[in-house]
Ligand binder design. Structure first.
Ligand SMILES: [Zn+2]
Length: 143
């Protein structure tokens, strides 16, 4: 099983911190024959040397570890997938949008469908003999 904390520390380095509170600092450090060691806030390994940061415990860096790191990686990969999907959707939709725009333009610029010719087109369509007119003329009896 992959240890996400170790993997992240191997890529980005360990995070050590010396809190000002002595009881917390005692829990995060130890003394060896080689010198003081500080515990990594992410992976829990003890590291020789001085800590990277120091200050009050409330100001300590928020270091995600374990499942939080895995969840962060999954969320980032989902975001990349969604962005790629959006680009693919745009690439697929752009030709359709262009085609529709061209059809609308040609429809609006036709002489019978233009705004000025709208009433003329309406009259032309209704001036032709409709089925009702044909039926009436067929039923009229000669006198
Ligand atoms: Zn570490």
């Amino acid at each position: 099983m992959l240890d996400w904390s170790l993997r992240h520390c191997s890529r980005h380095g360990h995070v050590t911190y010396r809190p000002d509170e002595t009881d917390l600092a005692r829990g995060l450090s130890s003394t060896t024959d080689l010198g003081d060691v500080w515990r990594c806030l992410r992976c829990g390994d003890f590291l020789l040397g001085e800590p990277v940061g120091s200050g009050p415990a409330a100001a300590a860096p928020d270091v995600p570890r374990g499942h939080a790191l895995r969840d962060r990686l999954i969320i980032r990969s989902l975001a990349v997938e969604r962005a790629a999907r959006a680009v693919m959707l745009f690439i697929g939709a752009y030709p359709v949008w262009r085609l529709k725009s061209n059809q609308t333009r040609s429809w609006a610029s036709s002489p019978t469908r233009s705004a000025r010719g709208g009433y003329e087109a309406f009259k032309a369509e209704h001036a032709s003999e409709s089925l009702l007119t044909v039926t009436r003329s067929a039923t009229v009896e000669p006198s």
